[in-house]
Ligand binder design. Structure first.
Ligand code: ADP
Length: 472
């Protein structure tokens, strides 16, 4: 089957979060099972571009409203990622160092989607599946079916939309509807939601199948999806939750190139001890105490706003019972608060503000516990990486966290779960973690048990194949 994944992110080409990890791995494992999966994404000015060789694959031009834009499709030469990688270069629009947060993101991602379809429309054959990811490519199913320039050839291609995060929907004012190539005006309703063009809503209406990244999140979306609740209820017949896998080749404590000390489940106690020592030396933390880490975007969705008070409450009340290490970036107020605390808690606390792939791997390897108080967590990859690196997850019971972590109070439980993203619940969970840390036998059993859980892409890849088969 020829599957075309269309995405704004793909690890290691350009990554802002979990979307990149999924798009960097799913096609690779699809190719391993005999499919021809390909990825097409914008060409940003990232390191990957400089470190790899590319061929010019195609050239073309499109209109974004009245603006004429030339595009070039380049293809990575050596199949480094295990699948064909194509990048869309639109000079002056996509070629930036940062993926998002530009004033003209609407123009950038609409132009990207038009260029992708213009290119596919020029092929002699058609692919078997078009697989879109999140709102940056969610206008594609509409454009394939209703834009006059594309529909003759592309309307019959089955399309899938995977929602990695429904909080962000790609809203576009109706005054910009002329960006979308000429379409049948009777179909305008398929673009709109509550008075705007809503890219994600349009994708949900027009894609042949909609998937999201865990079953619990799929259910949650019907009552909590940033305004799209009714739409999810209405379209539930074509929606399905498929839990993400993880790339066991990238996330493997026995081979991880970011780690100084490799370990397996057999050597986990010693291996984690050594990695913890490295981490603690680096940030002036005391390695004899349980180390609790947080890695992620510092935004309300991740409940990062409750971190400062929660950590302060733990460190003041429990005195020297544990240490915290934070890695993240996001809202400036939260960044500032977390950074200020660097001066208050000596060798019990450190926050690193920024994005640092290497450090994140070292934190999964060296930490004892990973804290995820997320208010919304579609799947959550961090806790899956933590499990693989023998780090005990402390998570709020929501979305994918609920589907992948079992509280230690249950039979064969291996983590800590709590209900509310509040200082009180976090404090109580940290207390439970510290208590557990006093019992090395229990910790050792739990680490080995967690590391043996199979969250590989191989174990879930068939679920996507089934979705494709249903619509072909
Ligand atoms: P998101 O909602 O951000 O996509 P996920 O749990 O699905 O959350 O994926 C987060 C991914 O981004 C993980 O690979 C995590 O390690 C990584 N990550 C998040 N923030 C940072 C950071 N500041 N530095 C390095 N990696 C990060």
């Amino acid at each position: 089957m020829e599957i075309i994944h269309i995405s704004a992110e793909c690890y290691p080409v350009a990554k802002a979060g979990g979307l990149a990890d999924v798009v960097g791995a799913l096609p690779k494992y699809q190719c391993k099972t005999g499919h021809h999966a390909k990825v097409i994404m914008p060409m940003y000015e990232t390191k990957f571009l400089l470190q790899h060789e590319f061929d010019v694959h195609a050239k073309g031009s499109i209109y974004l409203g009245p603006t004429h834009l030339d595009y070039t499709i380049i293809k990575e030469k050596n199949n480094t990622l295990g699948f064909d990688l194509f990048l869309v270069d639109i000079k002056g629009l996509l070629d930036r160092t940062m993926i998002y947060s530009h004033a003209d993101d609407i123009e950038r991602f609409v132009a990207f989607q038009i260029a992708v379809l213009d290119w596919i429309n020029s092929w002699e054959h058609v692919p078997d599946i078009i697989h879109c990811h999140d709102h940056h490519s969610a206008l594609i199913p509409f454009m394939m079916q209703h834009c006059y320039g594309f529909k003759n050839k592309l309307a019959k291609i089955p399309s899938v939309l995977t929602i990695h995060n429904a909080q962000y929907q790609g809203w576009i004012g109706l005054d910009k509807s002329f960006y979308i190539p000429t379409y049948d005006n009777w179909k305008t309703g398929l673009l709109e939601w509550e008075g705007n063009i809503n890219s994600l809503a349009s994708g949900i209406k027009c894609a042949w199948k909609v998937t999201t990244v865990s079953e619990s999140y799929m259910n949650e979306l019907k009552w909590n999806s940033n305004g799209l609740e009714k739409l999810f209820e209405y379209e539930k017949g074509k929606c399905i939750g498929i839990l993400n896998g993880i790339d066991n080749e990238v996330w493997n404590p026995q081979t991880d190139s970011f780690l100084k000390h490799h370990f397996s489940s057999r050597t986990v106690t010693n291996g984690k001890k050594k990695n913890k020592q490295v981490l603690c030396n680096q940030f002036g933390l005391d390695p004899s105490k349980p180390l609790i880490v947080f890695i992620g975007r510092l935004v309300g969705e991740k409940a990062a706003d409750v971190l400062p008070d929660s950590i302060m409450s733990c460190l003041y009340t429990m005195k020297d019972a544990c240490s915290f290490l934070i890695l993240g970036s996001g809202e400036s107020q939260i960044e500032w608060q977390l950074q200020q605390m660097n001066h208050q808690f000596g060798n019990n606390y450190h926050a690193v503000i920024g994005y640092n792939e290497a450090l994140s791997h070292n934190m999964y390897a060296g930490a004892d516990f990973l804290l995820m108080p997320s208010r919304v967590e579609p799947c959550g990859l961090n806790q899956l990486y933590a499990l693989r690196y023998g780090t005990i997850p402390i998570v709020r019971s929501t979305g994918g966290l609920q589907d992948t972590v079992k509280d230690m109070g249950e039979n064969e439980g291996f983590g800590i779960r709590f209900n509310n993203a509040t200082v009180r619940d976090i404090y109580y969970s940290v207390e439970r973690a510290i208590e557990m840390y006093q019992n090395p036998k229990q910790i050792s059993w739990m680490r080995k048990y967690m590391m043996a859980i199979d969250h590989s892409w191989e174990s879930v890849i068939n679920n996507y194949a089934n979705v494709y088969q249903q619509i072909i």
